[in-house]
Ligand binder design. Structure first.
Ligand code: HEC
Ligand code: HEC
Length: 499
């Protein structure tokens, strides 16, 4: 493995960190990705057919090539490979015999070359803030499900399958880009996670490819991976499209709903602030030109020729912070529009594909509305919807707590709704949904309903969620608080008929 060194300079913390340019690829999985390992598919081509039986027989009796892993050739699932496996498969294919059963999680791990303990540790790493840093974790900004499926819009793109991208951090948007995954992760850790407002920056230690925390994170990502390779991100950091007040077409109501799906992760519902990021509705103590916020720089001389006013009452400032927040790398790890400059902050920028220019205007209109409501002493400007009409309880169960403090009661209402009462959940995890499943089957065969609960802690709350029209009541009897991306049960309730 070649270890050439590059230097990434953080302007914010003035740290110079040497980052090993080494691709982090653990041992290649035994079974090709794309084709999920299936019991009976001895030749790993993704289909059960005659050639699988021939493959097994040739391996057993003619010294032919062996299967990629034992479980896929163990058609009858008895733990050994022998003639009876080929017979079992042939009987299924041609005589109406039983289908080879599903692989157990342990067998799947074996075939995919995954250590389940490393995966569990890696999930924790992904979800947790650095002990010495601020409150951000990778999960604050990145999802592990495809971006479009999530109700929450995060500033970073999904890291699902990202191990297989050819380059990272901006090669796609015209910057130099980084070749290795570990260096991209280190840039995020240094730029965004290492800096805490309450304590001075600590001595940031970049991960090497062998760092246990990094290899665990890679194991977690591999456990969810569905493809070996994918193209580099094609994204763009853009400058604000407008100046001055938002246009009449902008809507603060829409902006409020959008805020609660995106900015909320850090600034809290309704922009009132939380432990991660400040309130945007309270007055700024200072509302004046901030020499640190050099919005435009001469690309040649680096002289600043437009200082930004740090003032939440100034729509230009709010736009600037949405589009051009983030650490300002002198070597332009991130390519910004010519003449513009990132704000040098720990808040991430929002690229063109994450928020449209119209959406930015809605957000600007919302911040103005929310600030006005606050000034007038009104209760927080809030667009969260009232829970829909309720109904009679048909079935009820209490949550068994497994992770993230899940507790409370789940109820099925005759109005085709699930109601959670006295519901508690700490907001942790990755992509977290209410999950309906049948306790007689595999919990993974369940179905997600309602919005993503990630990042929205609940205390003795009531939530009411529609049951999809095409999901009859007799197809589920249990409700889980389910981490969709990690396929993890945080707690579940068995619904029992209420007399
Ligand atoms: C404060 C938000 C934030 C945090 C925290 C954060 N990132 Fe990022 N990350 C971003 C943004 C924004 C980008 C650039 C846009 C993009 O690539 O999605 C990015 C880019 C990346 C990329 C490059 C993606 C590509 O293909 O170019 C990787 C890899 C990455 N982050 C990994 C991580 C890991 C691992 C962690 C946790 C250790 C982490 N990030 C924490 C915001 C964050
Ligand atoms: C990953 C967490 C995170 C997300 C998501 C996020 N912010 Fe921020 N934001 C911060 C932090 C932390 C600060 C304060 C530190 C700084 O200025 O960077 C901040 C500061 C700001 C400021 C400047 C506040 C001031 O007092 O000057 C504005 C405006 C702002 N955010 C708007 C938004 C909007 C609008 C969104 C959604 C599009 C958003 N933020 C999403 C973390 C976040």
């Amino acid at each position: 493995m070649s270890l050439s060194m590059i230097q990434v300079v953080s302007s914010r913390a003035s740290l110079v960190l040497p980052v090993a340019l080494a691709i982090a690829v653990a041992a290649a999985p035994a079974v090709a990705r794309g084709a999920t390992p299936i019991r009976g598919d001895s030749d790993s081509n993704g289909r059960l057919e005659l050639t699988d039986a021939i493959f097994s027989l040739s391996f057993l009796f003619l010294g032919g090539r062996g299967p990629a892993c034992t479980p896929i050739a163990d058609s009858n699932g008895d733990g050994t490979l022998n003639l009876s496996d080929a017979i079992h498969l042939l009987s299924y294919l041609f005589l109406g015999g039983p289908e080879p059963g599903p692989l157990s999680q342990g067998e799947l791990n074996e075939c995919l070359g995954i250590d389940p303990e490393a995966v569990a540790r890696g999930m924790k790493e992904y979800e947790s803030a650095d002990p010495d840093g601020n409150f951000f974790s990778c999960a604050t900004c990145h999802s592990m499900s495809p971006d479009s499926e999530s109700d929450v819009i995060r500033p970073g793109h999904s890291l699902l399958n990202s191990l297989g991208r050819p380059s990272y951090k901006g090669a796609a948007f015209g910057g130099p880009g980084l070749e290795s995954y570990v260096s991209a992760a280190n840039v995020c850790r240094n730029d965004w996670m290492a800096i805490s407002s309450s304590t001075p920056p600590f001595d940031f230690v970049p991960w090497t490819v062998e760092a246990p925390r990094f290899t665990d994170l890679v194991a977690f990502m591999k456990s969810l991976q569905t493809r070996d390779s994918e193209p580099a991100l094609d994204i763009q950091i853009v400058a604000p499209a407008r100046t001055g007040p938002p246009p009449a077409s902008a809507s603060g109501e829409r902006g409020c709903e959008l805020f609660n799906r995106s900015c909320m992760v850090c600034h809290g519902v309704g922009a009132v602030g939380n432990q991660i990021a400040p309130s945007l509705v309270e007055q700024l103590p200072l509302c004046e030109n901030d020499p640190n916020l050099c919005r435009r720089k001469d690309p040649v001389t680096s002289a600043c020729f437009e200082i930004t006013q740090a003032c939440l009452d100034d729509p230009d400032y709010v736009r600037y912070r949405i589009r051009l927040s983030g650490p300002d790398h002198p070597d332009q790890v991130y390519k910004v529009p010519p003449g513009f400059q990132l704000a040098g902050s720990v808040m991430p920028f929002w690229t063109a594909d994450k928020l449209s220019d119209d959406q930015v205007e809605d957000l600007v209109a919302f911040v103005a509305l929310a600030r006005q409501a606050f000034r007038e002493g009104k209760p927080t400007f809030d667009c969260t919807q009232e829970p829909p009409a309720e109904g009679k309880v048909l079935r009820r169960g209490s949550f068994v707590r497994l992770f993230h403090n899940v507790s409370g009661v789940a109820e099925e209402l005759d109005t085709r709704k699930i109601r959670l009462r006295d519901f508690n959940y700490d907001g942790g995890g990755i992509s977290v949904k209410v999950w309906l499943y049948s306790s007689a089957g595999n919990i993974r065969g369940g179905r997600a309903i309602g919005p993503d609960l990630f990042g929205q802690p609940q205390t003795n709350a009531t939530l009411v969620i529609d049951i999809p029209a095409d999901l009859p009541s007799d197809q589920f009897d249990s409700v889980s608080i389910w981490c969709v991306s990690a396929k993890q049960d945080f707690g579940h309730a068995l619904l029992e008929a209420v007399p």
